[in-house]
Design a protein around this ligand. Structure first.
Ligand SMILES: [Zn+2]
Length: 382
């Protein structure tokens, strides 16, 4: 940590531009204490990490904080300096006694207080919830910035997002995004348009934003700034169709069995209509072709249907645990169904008469690769 009490009467913040010589002098003349547990701290000045305070070995502080890796220390300090340059008056590691929490940074924005947490280490769901709720209860808005070291890039705009990542998504957001900061590259990295393809493979648009150019609004804007890219999505479906699928979840096996039973189609020959990149689809904790596969079977089973019946059908699958949601978000699931039907309507697969939808032509999928690729082209071209 960078902040400590100095001789019982005041706070010293190492991020405020002390030179190494000054710090060595201070260390000789003063004692430093943890503002939380009042234990004496060591002032560490070394070649690898930025100067920082640390508890003496064996002393457990009641406020948990993540291990002070050089990466975390550097990022925290850069964010602190950046906020100062953007006209804020951030406080580093303030101890909020009422909730017994110590965010990395606290600042005031308009009339609200915002706690910035720079999260590089793992954080389990319970700890995340506890910290977030603590802030909210106290009227403080949390802003979680993940360490750039937590980004797992796959090929072509696909990322490996785990439970760790998904927990940071604002549940009420229409277009969810993930915010990262990399102190090595001195830049924010924002992932937008999160569209899961498989459980561990999510398509996203990456925005690289150097610290020098970034504004507070860039971090907190609700709308997406980058366009949705379809080229890599299409390429990914092509490789899905032309290579063997190694691992299938239970739900994927179930939908594969249903398609095989009805159309004698194996998974790589699933129709383009079950791979649609819709914004709210992330709510389903399944590969895209699982939840859309059920909708496809529903549509092709009925000559005409109402949007509301499709929503009810999906609700029924969720209640029966055939489909799982990432978190309780039935409204978002209903939105995903609407977006899906609208997409198909726009692309001419469905027609609509008053409140009824029906297939525009033959809805039977074709078991030929060339026909499939042509259809992919129709759906996934910009
Ligand atoms: Zn302490």
């Amino acid at each position: 940590m960078f902040s400590a009490m100095i001789d019982q009467d005041g706070i010293i913040c190492l991020a405020d531009g002390y030179k190494t010589e000054d710090l060595k002098r201070l260390r000789k003349r003063h004692a430093f204490y943890c503002p939380v547990c009042r234990c004496e701290l060591d002032l560490k000045i070394g070649p690898v990490k930025l100067p920082h305070f640390a508890h003496k070995p064996g002393e457990a502080c009641p406020v948990p904080h993540e291990p002070e890796s050089p990466y975390h220390l550097k990022g925290k300090r850069l964010l602190y300096e950046w906020l100062g340059r953007r006209g804020f008056r951030p406080v580093l590691e303030p101890y909020l006694q009422e909730i017994r929490q110590r965010p990395d940074l606290l600042l005031e924005h308009e009339t609200r207080q915002v706690a910035v947490e720079f999260q590089c280490a793992n954080l389990d769901a319970a700890a995340y919830r506890k910290r977030t709720e603590g802030f909210l209860k106290f009227g403080i808005e949390p802003l979680w910035i993940l360490g750039g070291n937590r980004i797992r890039c796959l090929t072509g705009n696909f990322f490996q997002l785990s439970r760790f990542h998904w927990q940071f998504i604002q549940k009420s957001e229409k277009s969810p995004k993930l915010l990262f900061f990399c102190p090595e590259q001195k830049a924010f990295i924002i992932l937008e348009h999160l569209i899961p393809f498989q459980t561990n493979k999510t398509s996203a648009s990456l925005r690289f934003l150097p610290l020098a150019e970034a504004s507070w609004r860039d971090l907190t804007a609700r709308e997406s700034c980058s366009p949705l890219q379809l080229k890599d999505w299409k390429r990914n479906i092509f490789s899905f169709r032309t290579s063997t699928v190694r691992f299938l979840s239970k739900e994927a096996k179930q939908i594969a069995a249903l398609f095989y039973e009805k159309y004698q189609l194996p998974l790589p020959f699933f129709p383009a209509e079950v791979f649609l990149p819709v914004p709210s689809g992330y709510i389903f904790a399944h590969p895209v072709y699982v939840w859309q596969g059920y909708l496809f079977l529903f549509m092709t089973k009925h000559d005409t249907f109402r949007l509301q019946s499709a929503v009810h059908y999906m609700d029924w699958l969720i209640k029966g645990k055939r489909l799982k949601l990432r978190w309780s978000g039935r409204k978002t699931a209903a939105e995903a169904v609407c977006e899906y039907i609208c997409f198909l309507h726009k692309k001419g697969f469905l027609e609509r008469k008053e409140e009824f939808y029906y297939s525009a032509g033959s809805a039977v999928p074709e078991p030929r690769l060339d026909a499939l690729l042509k259809r992919d082209e129709h759906y996934f071209s910009e």
